[in-house]
Structure formats: C-alpha cells, structure tokens
Design a protein around this ligand. Structure first.
Ligand code: AMP
Ligand code: ZN
Length: 115
C-alpha cells in the first residue's frame, strides 16, 4: 500500500503536523480542520477501515481512545468536550481509505451526529 496517503504520512514521506507518535500509532493535525482541534489518529499499519481490521491493526487501534484522551488533555478540551469519529464507507463520507479516527473539539458541535 505504498501509494496510500496515510501510509506515506506514517513513513514521513509526506510532511504532517505530528502531535503524537509511538511504534504503532501516529496522530497529526487534519489539513482541513473542521474544529479548533482536529487531529487524525491512525495505526501505522495499513488497513482500509473498520471493515478490514487485521489482528495487528485491531490490537494497535484498541489504544486509540486512550491516545485521544491524552491528546484532549494536552489540547485543553478534555473538560469542554470532544468527539472521536471513524468514518467508514460511502454513507459516512470516508475519503481516505486508511483507518483513521478524527479527534474534534474546541467548539460546541451540537447534539446531532448526522443530518
Ligand atoms: P475522512 O473523510 O473521514 O476519510 O477523513 C479524511 C481526512 O483526511 C479529512 O478530514 C482530510 O482533511 C484529511 N486529510 C487529507 N489529506 C491530508 C493530509 N495530507 N494531511 C492531513 N490531513 C489530511
Ligand atoms: Zn495506508
């Protein structure tokens, strides 16, 4: 999956604003932020999305909520609130087919997740 955008970001072939990294996960600022805090958290290993989890990715991705909570603390949105979203497939509007979770916060986002 060498041409996958987020694989290339994970390999540092394409620059990104990294805010967290460990052996299995990378978090970086979304290039088109939809909230004052908009971070993407990805497993470094490729899989297209939640429908395509491999054991390796599932194990790594299980830590993403904890990483999101840590980042929420660091960005000062832990108390005000935030969302952690993984768009999956066409109806959800997924555009990049490498599993990623959006961490969104820093403004009131309303009570509806879909319209
Ligand atoms: P989704 O629509 O859920 O697949 O989300 C893909 C996200 O990737 C969008 O919010 C884009 O703004 C973001 N994105 C696309 N290219 C880049 C990039 N080079 N660096 C950071 N974020 C990106
Ligand atoms: Zn990939």
């Amino acid at each position: 999956m060498s041409e996958c955008l987020f694989c290339r970001i994970a390999r540092k072939e394409i620059p990104s604003a990294v805010v967290y990294e460990d052996d299995e996960l990378l978090a970086f600022k979304d290039i088109g932020p939809q909230a004052p805090v908009h971070v993407l958290i990805i497993p470094k290993a490729h899989c297209e999305g939640l429908n395509d989890l491999t054991p390796e990715v599932e194990q790594a991705a299980a830590r993403i909520p904890a990483v999101a909570a840590k980042l929420a603390q660091e960005f000062g949105i832990a108390t005000s609130g935030y969302r952690l979203i993984a768009n999956t497939g066409a109806d959800a509007g997924q555009t990049v087919f490498h599993l990623h979770f959006h961490l969104l916060g820093g403004k009131a986002m309303g009570g509806k997740l879909c319209q």
